[in-house]
Design a protein around this ligand. Sequence first.
Ligand code: ATP
Ligand code: MG
Length: 225
Amino acid sequence: MSRTLIQAKNLRKKYQMSKTNIVQALDGVDIEVQEGDFSAIVGPSGCGKSTLLHILGLLDKLDEGEYNLDGLDTTKIREKDANQIRAKKIGFIFQGFNLIPSLTALENIMQAGKYGGLNARQRKERAEELLDVMGLQERKKHKPNELSGGQQQRVAIARALVNKPAIILADEPTGELDSATSKDIIDLLKKLNQENNQTFLMVTHNMEVAEMCKKIIRLKDGRNA
Ligand SMILES: Nc1ncnc2c1ncn2[C@@H]1O[C@H](COP(=O)(O)OP(=O)(O)OP(=O)(O)O)[C@@H](O)[C@H]1O
Ligand SMILES: [Mg+2]
C-alpha cells in the first residue's frame, strides 16, 4: 500500500474582512494525496485553490477540519515547530518564481538547504547535484534577472527539492511562462515524478497542464466539485 502524504477532511477557512463581510474561502474541502501522485487542482478564480495550498503547506491555519500530513496531525503542531516541519516535508513552487534577486542560482538553491538542517558542504553538494538535474550548470553564477523565465523556474524547482521534501506544492507554476516553456517545465516535473517517485500537487487553470497530470481535483466555491 502506498504512503498517504495528505489526508484532509472538511477543511474550512474564512477571511473576516469586516464585521459583516466574511469570505468563506474553504467551505468543507476533502483532499487526499498518496506518495507518487502527480495531481492538479483546478477551478474558477476565487474558488479557494491558493488558500487550500497555503493550508496544506502550513503557511496558513485552518478554522475547522482534519489535516494529517505524512502521519502527523497538523492541528496539534505548535507554532514554533511548524517552520521546521514545513522545511523538511514540503517544497514550494510559485508562479512568480520568488527567487532572492541578490543571490545567484547556486546560492538561491543552497540558501533553502539551511532551513532543512544541511551543513554548508551538504548544501553545496546537493545544489550542484540539482543544477545537473535541471541542466543549469552553466547558469549557476547568474542572478535571477540574468535568467529566462523557464530557467528561473528551474532554479525554483531545484530550491524546492533541496531538502528532499515528501511533497511539492506548486501554485500556477507555469502561469508566467509561454506555452512551449510551460510544457518543458511540466515534462521536467513529470520526469522527477516518474524517476524519483517525487509527489507533486499543483494548482493550475491551464487545462493543457491539468491534462498532463495523473489526477485532477476540482474545486468550486470553496468545495469539492
Ligand atoms: N488574505 C485574504 N484576505 C481576505 N480574503 C482572501 C484572502 N485570500 C483569499 N481571499 C478570498 O478567498 C477566496 C479564495 O481565494 P484564493 O486566493 O484561494 O482563490 P484562487 O482559487 O486561488 O483564485 P485564483 O485562481 O484567482 O488564484 C477569494 O474570494 C478571495 O478573495
Ligand atoms: Mg490562486
